[in-house]
Write a protein that binds this ligand. Structure first.
Ligand SMILES: Cc1ncc(COP(=O)(O)O)c(C=O)c1O
Length: 455
């Protein structure tokens, strides 16, 4: 499908993780644009996998990293403390909900999730609740590729092969309320989905349940799914009722992307533990973090410390990058820009949905947006999986110089969507450019797959 003749002439790669379709070699990147060695320009309409939040090649971040590189690139946290880690933790705590002021750094999203789960478990053991070990998650969801994170990931296609090696965790349906055909209001549906958590807790035995993990604004598994407002406080209530920890996976939705520092801030959520990554390092360095209140951390420390850690955790270079990223986010007002540009983007996507009725839903918050495509907008019948609509659309946009993101929903089996999540520095004119290319790509897709277009 993808027409990129130049890369195919290259020698076979030793990198076995590459897809069968070769991609052009990156030359340089700046702002929302990326250029390849064969001279093509791409708009990074998804910030990679929602990583490059502040845009590429930000001069102040590069300078801060260079200054740190000239001093020390690595200092192991068991041997030395370092100022960038201290300062980043301090600034991060100030941006998080009150009391979420104990920070544990890692190098990526999966590591952050592993850390959240292990912190929760160790807290339970340290506080005399060793029967609690189950972490309920949502289906579909994505929490990472390592075995612990995969065990709470609701995606059969990803986990199937590894199931015998893991302790798979219970799931409840993700609140895909827009699909429901009943007489309930959206807010009533929100309560109903939250109450499914309570039913699951009771079915599993409340004393065996340790935590509930969710993405406040969905990521790739649900293409920016947003639950009805009523869902969020009800989930908190239920977790409190049964002494269950609420973990928010903000790996994709955090660090300002949705127009607030955390996705959960839109509902004033007070999770017990938060995982961050992606936008925190913004692609300048591998960086992630867990944040928790002292009341969870103290019992662990009193019982001998957190039995967990990764070699690169809190290294000075990654933390210097993270610190400079937060600085640029504040200096340039990027969170406010994400809110304003996000509204514009959402309006434009809704415009596309009118033009292309096979787009059945447009959703998201700020600059984390998604759109779902179906064969029949009345019945919501999915597009035949063999047509590979998502991949085809991504390829059509790529050929036209735009990178957007998409994965099958419903556990990776069927359901087609695409996500648009440009860097938070995006301008109105650039959103216009992005929408125009998506429109052209959808036009071709509709013709080739025989999908409905407005008459
Ligand atoms: C919500 C969420 N959690 C966790 C992860 C895992 O992050 P990583 O790929 O950095 O390990 C991802 C990655 O896409 C994610 O979107």
């Amino acid at each position: 499908m993808l027409k990129s003749p130049a890369p195919e002439t290259r020698e076979a790669s030793h990198l076995f993780y590459l897809s069968s379709v070769r991609r052009p070699l990156i030359d340089r990147a700046e702002g929302i644009y990326m250029w390849t060695q064969d001279g093509r320009r791409f708009i990074d309409g998804s910030s990679g996998p929602m990583v490059a939040n502040i845009g590429h090649s930000n001069r102040n971040v590069l300078d801060a990293m260079k200054r740190q590189m000239d001093r020390a690139t690595f200092a192991y946290r068991l041997h030395f403390e370092n100022e960038p880690a201290e300062e980043l933790a301090r600034q991060l705590a100030a941006k998080l909900p009150e009391g979420m002021d104990r920070i544990f750094f890692v190098s990526g999203g999966s590591e952050a999730i592993e850390s959240c789960i292990k912190l929760a478990r160790q807290w339970a053991v340290a506080t005399g609740q060793p029967s609690r070990w189950k972490v309920i998650s949502r289906f579909p969801s994505y929490h990472g590729g390592t075995l612990g994170a995969l065990a709470v990931t609701g995606d059969d296609a990803l986990s199937e092969t590894f199931v015998p090696m893991m302790q798979m965790m219970p799931t409840v349906p993700a609140p895909i309320a827009w699909r429901d055909r009943d007489n309930l209001s959206m807010e009533q549906r929100g309560i109903r989905y939250a109450d499914m958590l309570e039913e699951k807790i009771l079915a599993e035995g409340a004393q065996s349940v340790l935590a509930f993990i969710m993405e406040p604004v969905g990521g790739a598994a649900t293409a920016a799914l947003v639950a009805p407002d009523s869902y969020y406080p009800r989930i908190r209530e239920i977790c409190d009722r049964y002494g269950i920890l609420l973990i928010h996976d903000e790996v994709m939705s955090g660090a300002g992307r949705t127009g607030k520092f955390l996705g959960g801030d839109h509902w004033n959520c007070k999770p017990d533990i938060v995982a961050l990554s992606k936008g925190l390092g913004s692609g300048y360095a591998p960086l992630g973090a867990l944040a928790a209140p002292m009341r969870l951390v103290q019992p662990l420390l009193a019982s001998g410390g957190f039995q967990h850690g990764h070699t690169y955790a809190g290294n000075p270079l990654a933390c210097a990058a993270g610190l400079a990223v937060l600085g640029e986010m504040d200096r340039l007002g990027l969170i406010a820009n994400a809110a304003v540009m996000g509204e514009l983007l959402m309006d434009e996507l809704k415009g596309l949905a009118k033009r292309f009725p096979f787009i059945a839903d447009v959703r998201g918050k700020g600059l984390l947006t998604g759109a779902e495509m179906v064969a029949d907008p009345e019945t919501l019948r999915p597009i035949e999986p063999a047509k590979k609509a998502t991949q085809h659309l991504l390829d059509l946009a790529y050929e036209r110089g735009l990178i957007i993101y998409g994965r099958k929903v419903k556990g990776g089996v069927d359901g087609d969507n695409f996500m648009v999540a440009p860097p938070m520095i995006v301008t109105a004119a650039q959103i216009g450019e992005i929408i125009s290319i998506i429109g052209d790509s959808l036009e071709v897709l509709a013709g080739e797959l025989d999908l409905a277009v407005e008459g």
